[in-house]
Design a binder for this molecule. Structure first.
Ligand code: FAD
Length: 398
């Protein structure tokens, strides 16, 4: 009773100081979702506002796979979490991804400790979210795209991939590798975040970062100011202008890659198959995903040509019994840091700002979500992220 009274007093105090409790931002239209448990519904609104205010609030800008995983991990720790996207979840590079998750073939990368955890973190996530739709098919690779793995002879290649017309003399098989539908898994993570209490704002572009002196204190949207103790930029390429607006140069540029979707009977391609001119895999519904080189396509007709090119390569590579149709061809603009390595961590010179901008984010999202959430909630730096700090590019505040 006394606790509730104290919370009410604090709530009034926060309002008097002009601090807007984050629950005040919730609007009951289709663009905002917040799960309310039976206990939550019973909780007095004033107490809820104070509770939110007393806890630290994290706003995540960007609901791609990175932001969705972060939102899930933060919310499942009971952390007050707001996830904002200018579009629907999974609308950025995530939507155009091939979504192959595997272990790295080299230990030389600064992000190697993070990359080595990637698959185990997805196994952990599967335990937490049993409906997570991951397909552990393994990957067959050869030529310049050969990844470290068990080397397999042509007979084994045929057993693994029976419809290949011309099996290579030697290939590698990465038994542990997997893939998933990136928009489905992003939605599953967002749903789990919302179930755990996160707020979701879709169709809400963040137009600026709010600052008091050097400290980031929230974000500006068309709906107004949303205050936060931490703002996470998981906005892919959209993080660049937001950083620029506060004088922070983020060395990230959009890197185009081409994804083509075909459709045929579901048993054409069994594994993830990668060779220099073709990456291909098939989903259980028959959709065949193909990554081919980007040739500067800049029109719908050029995309249609790319679709036909991908189809032709599949027809030349696999024995088909049924027609193979082109469903779509799209360019995904991957957020690519200048050295290809992830940029993750709290900005020392800009208190309240946390960056999570990376390539291979599908592979790394489960690990990044957990480690970054730990850093945000405890303030203790994760050693696995040590090679991922933006400061490796130098202090860039102007
Ligand atoms: C063809 C292709 C194949 C790929 N294959 C793989 C692969 O096999 N394995 C792998 O690991 N990776 C792969 N990638 C890369 C991977 O898809 C990306 O690294 C990943 O999707 C990036 O996710 P993200 O959540 O960080 O960014 P995004 O998915 O780009 O999400 C950013 C989100 O932020 C939102 N946003 C931006 N600005 C704002 C703003 N101002 N306000 C509000 N919201 C904002 C956007 O709407 C978007 O939803 C591939 C990419 C492509 C294109």
């Amino acid at each position: 009773m006394f606790g509730l009274l104290a919370l009410r007093v604090l709530c009034q105090a926060s309002t008097l100081r002009g601090i807007r409790p984050s629950c005040a931002t919730g609007v009951a239209d289709g663009r905002h979702r917040r799960y309310r448990s039976p206990e939550g519904k019973a909780r007095d609104t004033a107490a809820r506002c104070c509770y939110t205010w007393l806890m630290s609030t994290t706003i995540i800008v960007g609901a791609g796979i990175t932001g969705a995983s972060l939102a899930y991990h933060l919310a499942s720790r009971g952390h007050d979490t707001i996830l904002i996207d200018s579009d629907l979840p999974g609308s950025g590079a995530t939507r155009a991804s091939f979504a192959w998750i595997g272990r790295p073939s080299t230990t030389a990368l600064p992000s190697a400790p993070l990359r080595y955890m990637a698959l185990d973190e997805y196994r952990r996530l599967e335990q937490e979210l049993p409906h997570l739709a991951i397909r552990w098919s393994g990957a067959l690779t050869w030529g310049a795209l050969a990844e470290a793995g068990h080397s397999v002879h042509p007979g084994q290649v045929t057993a693994l991939e029976p419809n290949l017309i011309d099996p290579p003399a030697g290939a590698n098989f990465q038994r542990e590798d997997a893939a998933f539908d990136p928009t489905v898994v992003t939605d599953q993570l967002v749903d789990a975040a919302v179930t755990n209490g996160a707020q979701l704002h879709v169709g809400t572009p963040v137009i600026g970062l709010e600052r008091r002196s050097r400290t980031v204190t929230g974000v500006q949207t068309a709906e107004g100011l949303m205050p936060a103790t931490t703002v996470v930029l998981a906005a892919g390429n959209g993080a660049v202008p937001l950083c620029r607006s506060i004088g922070l140069a983020l060395p990230v540029a959009p890197s185009p890659a081409m994804l083509v979707r075909l459709h045929t009977t579901p048993d054409l391609v069994q594994r993830i198959v990668a060779r220099p001119d073709l990456e291909v895999r098939q989903q259980p519904d028959g959709t065949v995903l193909v990554v081919i080189e980007y040739r500067g396509e800049a029109s719908r007709s050029a995309l249609a040509d790319a679709g036909r090119r991908a189809r032709q390569r599949v027809l030349e590579s696999f024995r088909t019994r049924e027609p193979v149709d082109v469903v779509s061809a799209q360019i995904g603009w991957r957020p690519m840091p200048a050295d290809g390595e992830p940029i993750i961590g709290a900005e020392r010179d800009v208190p309240g700002l946390y960056l999570a901008v990376l390539h291979s984010a599908i592979t790394l999202a489960a690990a990044v979500g957990r480690l970054a959430s730990d850093e945000i909630t405890t303030g203790i730096e994760a050693p696995e992220l040590a090679g991922c700090r933006r400061t490796r590019f130098g202090q860039a505040i102007s």
